[in-house]
Structure formats: C-alpha cells, structure tokens
Design a protein around this ligand. Structure first.
Ligand code: NAD
Length: 264
C-alpha cells in the first residue's frame, strides 16, 4: 500500500468488469485504494461492483459499492450525493463507463447513436456537473475522463458513434478544464489504445469474425510493442492525474497506447 492519493475520495464509474478479469475501471479502483484513497465503486451491475469491493477489502483498502446507470441524470445526482453523505467530499471523479457498438455510417442505427452518446458522453457531462460544485467548495478536484485513441484515429473495426463520442469527451474535458482552472479543479482525458480487457472480448469479438484468439492476436499485431496494453497501464496514468503530482496538468488528452497512434 502506498500514499499517493492518501486522504482523497475517489468515485469510479464502471468499477466492475464485464466478464471475468480486470477491466479499466476495476484496475483504476484497485490502484486508487492501494494508494490510500477511499473509493466509491459505481456500476449498474451491483454484483460486478461488489467483486471489486471484495478485492479491495482483501488488500486492506476502503470502498463501497453503489448501483447507478450513469446515462440517467437522477442516478448521477444520487451517486454524487451518496458519495458526499458517506465520505464528506469528492476529490477524484474517474469517468470510465463506455460502450462500443461497432459499425460505420451505413449500419449504425439512430438508436445505436443515441445510446452511445447517452452512455459515453452525456454520462460524463452529468457526473461532472453534479460533482463540480463540491469540488469547487473544496477548491480541489481531479476529473479523469476515459476517451480512446479512436477519438483521433480510425481503427480496423469501424465504430462511428463510439469514435464520435470519444472525440467529444476530449473537447468537453478541455472546456471544463479551462472553466474551472482557477477554482482548483483539473480535468484530463485518457486515450487508451488497444488494451486486452473483458470489454474488448465482449464488444469486439463479433466485429473480428467471432474468434477471440484470432481477434487478440490481430490486435497484438497492430501494436508496435507486439502486445496490447493492460488495464493497469491506464490505471497508473490515472493515478498520476488523480494525485497532486500532476497539479499543473489540466485540459490534456493523454495517449496510453505503446506508440500505436505513431504508426497509424
Ligand atoms: N479495452 C480497450 O481496448 C479500450 C480502449 C480504449 C478505451 N477504452 C475505454 O475503457 C472503458 C471501459 O473500461 P472497462 O474495461 O472498465 O469496461 P467494462 O466494459 O468492463 O465496463 C466496466 C463496467 O461498466 C459497467 N457499466 C456499463 N454501462 C454502465 C452504465 N450505463 N452505468 C453504470 N455502469 C455501467 C459494466 O457493468 C461493467 O461492470 C470505456 O470507456 C472504453 O471506451 C477501452
């Protein structure tokens, strides 16, 4: 256990994992707890959040699970209020929830577009909106929004609404950063590249023809390192951005991709 975010309170959305393994949200929650933060684990699948809570408990950390669908305004408001009621403050807002519905312009339905925007983008707008007044009162807060390299590059499996939502997250994060810079609140976006996570297995296998092993080796081959990244790679950047070590870094969109975007 370390102390890089000792005394801070973190809210992580999508803190469980779809399927077994460690996804990005779960890894971030574990890393915050290991470094001294008390962590609110938000997920619409309460069981998944409890799995993360159990791991944190085993390691001697402190957290609690909370059920919320972050695409819903009322749920986002209740989530922030519950954090304040339980821990009295909110220092780190880690917006991890994101879905990917594969498809280009011809195959993407209006429903898929609306759902992606609601889950990936509007959710972050809402959680930031409800958390900002508390952070402003504390004159301290770090918002971390999970985007994707798909915001800045087109990847082999087309995901039009996903890419558009992830690009909008960068713009929104930048606007929030400037608006709140003098009030002690920082906002940064992380752009993960190809990560080997349960999310990928669930959302992309079909787009790659249904064979998980083949999809994973194709994704590995697209990475200059020869290997996809891990959730921990995203989590350790988030930890830096959440800690006071990064106090002069705000409004940035930071890529974690083993140089993949350098090659595309
Ligand atoms: N894995 C990659 O290669 C990659 C690359 C770039 C970006 N990302 C981003 O990482 C994030 C996904 O990370 P993960 O591995 O933790 O994903 P995940 O799919 O494992 O999801 C984590 C949790 O989010 C929950 N969730 C989904 N929708 C929700 C909602 N509306 N409200 C509340 N909870 C909800 C799920 O129940 C799940 O437990 C996404 O934002 C994704 O776009 C992933």
């Amino acid at each position: 256990m370390g102390n890089r975010v000792e005394g801070k309170v973190a809210v992580v959305t999508g803190a469980g994992s779809v399927g077994s393994g460690i996804g990005n949200g779960k890894a971030a929650a574990l890393v915050y707890a290991r470094e001294g933060a008390r962590v609110m684990l938000v997920d619409y699948n309460l069981e998944a959040a409890h799995e993360t809570r159990a791991l944190i408990e085993q390691e001697g950390g402190e957290s609690f699970a909370f059920q919320a669908d972050v695409s819903q305004s009322g749920a986002c408001q209740r989530m922030i209020e519950e954090c304040i009621r339980t821990y009295g403050r909110i220092d780190i807002l880690h917006n991890n929830v994101g879905i990917e519905l594969a498809g280009g312009l011809d195959t993407t339905t209006e429903e898929a577009w609306d759902r992606t925007m609601a889950v990936n983008l509007k959710s972050m707008f809402l959680t930031c909106k409800y958390a900002a007044p508390y952070m402003e009162r504390q004159e301290d807060g770090s918002i971390i929004n999970i985007s994707s390299i798909n915001a800045i590059r087109t990847l082999p499996a087309l995901s039009l609404p996903y890419a558009a939502s992830k690009a909008a997250i960068i713009a929104m994060t930048r606007e929030i950063a400037v608006e709140y810079a003098a009030k002690g609140i920082r906002a940064n976006a992380i752009l993960p590249g190809m990560m080997s996570t349960p999310f990928v297995v669930m959302s992309l296998t079909e787009a790659y023809g249904g064979d998980i092993e083949e999809m994973m080796s194709k994704r590995d081959a697209l990475c200059p390192t020869g290997k996809q990244g891990e959730s921990w790679d995203v989590a350790y950047l988030a930890l830096f951005l959440a800690s006071d070590e990064s106090k002069y870094i705000t409004g940035q969109a930071i890529v974690v991709d083993g140089a993949q975007t350098c090659r595309i």
